[in-house]
Design a protein around this ligand. Sequence first.
Ligand code: HEC
Ligand code: HEC
Ligand code: HEC
Ligand code: HEC
Ligand code: HEC
Ligand code: HEC
Ligand code: HEC
Ligand code: HEC
Ligand code: HEC
Length: 370
Amino acid sequence: MTPRTFHRQVFWLIAAGTLALLISVSLSVSPVNAKPPAQETEKYCLSCHGDESLSMTLPSGETLSLYVAQDDLDHSVHSTVGIECEACHNNITEYPHPENKYQSKRELSLAYYQTCEKCHSANYEKAQDSMHAQVAAEGNKNAPVCTDCHGAHDVRPANEPRSLISETCKQCHSEIVESYRQSVHGAALMADENPDVPVCTTCHGVHNIQDPRTSQFRVDEPELCAGCHANKELMDKYGLSADVYSIYKRSWHGVDVSVYKAKWPTIWHDSAVCSDCHGIHDIRSTDDPASMVNKQNLLTTCQQCHPTAGPNWTDAWTGHNEISLERTPFLFYVEKFYGSFTSFVLWICVVYVVLQFVRSVVDRMRSNRP
Ligand code: HEC
Ligand code: HEC
Ligand code: HEC
Ligand code: HEC
Ligand code: HEC
Ligand code: HEC
Ligand code: HEC
Ligand code: HEC
Ligand code: HEC
């Protein structure tokens, strides 16, 4: 080692030592009122917000509880990944807090939910395109934001159990949820969290809910139902026919709707889709006397659009069934009769033509004799 490299090494050693010393000094003599280290934030904030009686009065006159329950935090999906107060309340680091501008509880919610965007930008963007955001933009303050459906300090997976989804929507759409609960789909969900039946979000989506009363939604509906009802394996489980969709597609209504879907999806057409005959949120089993397609109600259902239809109309209609001896014996025999009658008539014709031919040949031979 030359003296020159030795000096250089000593220099670097001294430099590194001084730096280390400086860092440790700056850490130990931090200013008195600086914010506490990250892992201490929750403890610091809860030293006041853990008090159940802490509250404030907003300019609107409402009392806002400022209590944040440790129990809620413990169960929140965020706590388990180490997300604490400051991650969301990034403008508040110490007390006194910056002055706030909310007039009411709702305004506070509408201001604070924006913080979700930071980490969940995909869902946030989707939500901006939704029907809910649209009505919010039109001034409806009751349109839901993230925290109405998920909460703020007690965020849990929104689909566990699965019936929680309808409970979430029920806050504002209680009548629909009530009718869904009594439907064949809803009853199966409520009774045993059945994973096979559709929930609100299966048909409407979640964060990008669109207006379901457009002609586009209408022409897409048969395929929505077919997602399950044309699935043979799934339908076998419930003893249901998986042909309902294919037979519908061949019906007058089905062909009509397919043409509109392909050519004019934005033009409204009245030809029947699944829900016109079965109901929407109140779909029932076909043998439930309250079902719209139960024998006693079927004519009324058709008369919504065919006001002059009489009882013969529904009797002649084969519904979703291939003609069979069990379900439609009369049509079965009519079809059988025509099936055999037609070939019988054809055979007669063939025999007649052959006989005519023979006859004409014989006649010609006779007339050719001298
Ligand atoms: C010394 C007690 C104290 C501490 C510590 C404290 N707060 Fe507060 N906080 C209050 C009081 C009192 C209010 C009522 C409004 C006010 O006085 O500013 C309040 C109001 C709030 C509000 C609602 C009003 C607003 O400003 O938007 C939020 C959110 C809040 N605190 C979050 C926090 C967070 C996050 C922490 C930790 C970084 C924290 N607080 C630490 C006492 C405290
Ligand atoms: C995942 C983000 C998130 C975290 C983490 C979080 N908050 Fe909040 N906090 C919010 C939102 C959003 C609101 C608005 C809630 C509403 O709409 O009612 C809120 C509201 C508040 C309020 C006003 C009173 C109320 O409940 O509406 C206080 C006080 C508060 N938070 C304190 C805290 C404290 C203390 C912590 C840490 C222990 C904390 N927050 C952690 C998002 C969060
Ligand atoms: C600092 C980043 C951050 C912020 C801010 C934040 N989140 Fe989260 N959130 C996460 C992380 C990380 C997870 C866990 C990721 C995972 O398990 O997929 C999570 C999970 C979730 C889940 C559960 C997803 C599931 O598995 O079912 C929901 C719901 C959720 N957040 C909603 C919110 C809402 C509502 C807000 C606003 C009040 C918010 N988050 C703010 C980071 C954040
Ligand atoms: C109208 C109610 C509603 C609103 C508003 C809402 N969510 Fe959800 N969210 C749900 C439901 C319900 C689920 C579960 C969906 C499912 O499993 O079908 C969910 C699932 C999630 C998940 C977990 C699954 C995933 O997509 O990653 C996250 C994260 C989430 N939401 C974040 C947000 C954020 C952020 C906002 C605000 C921009 C928001 N949500 C607004 C109802 C809502
Ligand atoms: C906090 C209240 C609230 C919650 C929670 C909520 N909605 Fe809504 N929803 C509204 C409001 C308000 C409208 C606009 C109603 C209007 O203009 O008639 C709306 C509109 C809709 C529409 C469009 C049809 C219409 O009437 O305009 C659908 C579909 C819808 N919501 C489905 C859902 C589903 C599915 C959920 C649960 C995942 C849900 N909503 C949760 C308040 C809510
Ligand atoms: C099987 C599919 C399906 C399911 C499941 C479903 N919906 Fe619907 N929903 C529809 C269809 C189709 C329409 C359009 C009805 C129309 O043409 O008027 C609709 C319309 C709506 C509307 C607006 C029209 C109205 O009647 O006010 C709301 C709000 C709504 N649904 C909410 C919900 C909620 C909440 C749930 C869960 C309990 C739910 N839906 C479950 C298919 C479904
Ligand atoms: C996510 C899958 C799924 C979707 C989507 C779905 N269904 Fe169902 N549906 C089921 C299952 C599973 C059952 C059987 C439930 C049971 O019996 O417990 C069922 C039962 C029914 C029944 C009762 C049959 C009987 O006589 O017992 C009718 C009718 C029905 N669905 C119509 C529809 C219509 C119309 C749509 C579209 C608007 C639709 N379903 C969308 C899964 C689905
Ligand atoms: C014009 C009215 C009408 C339309 C449109 C219609 N259905 Fe039906 N559906 C009925 C009638 C009537 C029955 C009961 C008699 C039968 O089984 O044919 C029935 C029976 C059913 C059943 C019970 C099958 C079983 O095995 O017992 C299901 C499931 C069903 N329909 C689903 C659908 C789906 C999905 C669509 C749309 C693709 C649809 N329906 C369109 C009238 C209709
Ligand atoms: C939502 C409205 C609606 C409902 C409900 C409905 N239909 Fe139709 N139906 C139509 C339309 C629209 C046409 C097409 C008429 C045209 O193109 O001229 C049609 C055509 C028909 C046709 C062939 C054309 C004709 O007029 O003879 C038959 C058969 C028919 N429907 C039977 C039924 C039966 C049976 C029911 C009840 C189970 C029923 N429909 C329920 C709207 C409906």
